[in-house]
Design a protein around this ligand. Structure first.
Ligand SMILES: Cc1cc2nc3c(=O)[nH]c(=O)nc-3n(C[C@H](O)[C@H](O)[C@H](O)COP(=O)(O)O)c2cc1C
Length: 359
């Protein structure tokens, strides 16, 4: 038992969600759901983590109920799951049951790829890809309703909360990002107006799931289109965004950084999760580079080795920067990672070939 990690093995709760420790499986697209339907292999994959001390699972990105939501993205994605239609809902019901039987909790990450989706890509090649520059009022209303429908479906199949993908340059994020949103109507302009579309989505999801179910919102500075992008270059601008989202119904911010310990703004050592916690008054989740010496993007091309940086996680946790700790690649590669952290056992080496398997 590695006692210095005890603070991370304390319980956390938010509304109806009770998590026995602070470790969360970060959302990771896996492309193992042909026809949008998660099968028994997907259920096994999540159940394995649930049974091995992962406090909360955020699923892979799941396409919302709109034909333009998913398709081939920047990584050539295919076989992305959805959360509508009897077969997909039955598949997710099974995933949720298996996770619950293993003692875990699970929330779906609702996803609209926006402009990252390649035109004419399956499963709906006829659908136009959407971005702030080509959406009229009907398109906006349709996408908001699609998020709400998928959230209601998630509640019906028994998920423990809702996670919204508001990061990485996908649709919700692209409205907030000045470089992509050049609208001069109510959905663009200053930072408050650019935040209005994600705010409407959060409000509609809140309406769909009721007051007690937690809503987690993923936010990032970095974009797939530009790893060094800034959504907000000052704490003041960031404050406008996260306060509006919190007021709309976000309970927890999932703060997606490339490296969790990197200072977010000049003149302070504090990471982005710490800033957002302070500015929004909501709990936050940190992520990025825990367990490895290279961040996600670098790990595709550079030699990547295990790095035990959990002492730094604990230090920042105790300093009040965040409430939850998300683990991506390390948990994809080893379902037992949290157990190993707890027991002080050696971690498995980085293994990029694991992306091709669902273990
Ligand atoms: C294979 C893979 C797929 C990913 N897919 C998603 C996704 O669907 N949604 C999302 O928000 N982040 C996604 N991410 C990002 C992770 O959630 C996480 O933020 C990132 O890997 C950094 O954490 P890590 O350093 O612990 O891996 C993905 C990462 C990987 C490695």
């Amino acid at each position: 038992m590695r006692t210095e990690l005890n603070p991370l093995f304390s319980p956390f709760s938010c509304k109806t969600l009770q998590v026995p420790n602070r470790f969360v499986m970060s959302p990771m697209t896996r492309q193992f759901s042909p026809g949008g339907i998660p099968g028994e292999n997907v259920a096994d994959y999540y159940a394995r983590r649930a049974a091995s001390d992962v406090g909360l699972i955020v699923t892979e990105g799941i396409g919302v109920d709109h034909p333009s939501a998913i398709g081939e993205g920047s990584m050539g994605e295919k076989d992305i799951p959805v959360l509508h239609g009897d077969a997909a809902l039955q598949g997710w019901r099974n995933v949720v049951d298996r996770v619950h039987k293993g003692g875990g909790r699970i929330v779906p990450q609702l996803w609209h790829m926006g402009a990252v989706r390649k035109d004419a890509s399956p499963p709906h090649p006829e659908a136009r890809s959407l971005h702030p520059g080509n959406m009229d009022e009907d398109d906006i209303a349709d996408v908001v309703a699609a998020f709400a429908r998928s959230a209601a479906n998630a509640k019906d199949v028994g998920f423990d909360g809702i996670a919204l993908h508001g990061a990485h340059g996908y649709l919700l994020d692209s409205f907030m990002w000045e470089q992509m949103n050049n609208r001069d109507d109510d959905w663009g302009g200053d930072v408050a107006r650019r935040t209005r579309f994600p705010v409407k989505v959060v409000e509609a999801v809140r309406e769909a799931v009721g007051p007690d179910m937690p809503i987690i919102f993923r936010i990032s500075q970095w974009k797939l289109q530009d790893y060094d992008a800034q959504l907000a270059d000052t704490p003041e601008g960031l404050g406008v965004i996260v306060k509006a989202l919190a007021e709309a119904g976000v309970d927890i911010f999932d703060v997606s950084t490339r490296v969790f310990s990197r200072p977010a703004f000049a003149d302070s050592d504090m990471g982005l999760a710490g800033w957002i916690r302070r500015l929004s008054g909501r709990p936050t989740m940190t992520v990025g580079g825990i367990g490895f010496d290279k961040e996600l993007a670098a790990s595709f091309t550079q030699q990547t080795t295990v790095l035990d940086n959990l002492d730094e996680v604990v230090r920042r946790f105790e300093a009040g920067e965040f409430d939850l700790v998300a683990i991506g690649r390390a948990l994809l590669m080893d379902p037992q990672w949290v157990v190993k952290a707890k027991e002080g056992e050696a971690f498995k080496p980085f293994d990029i070939s694991a992306y091709a398997r669902l273990e």
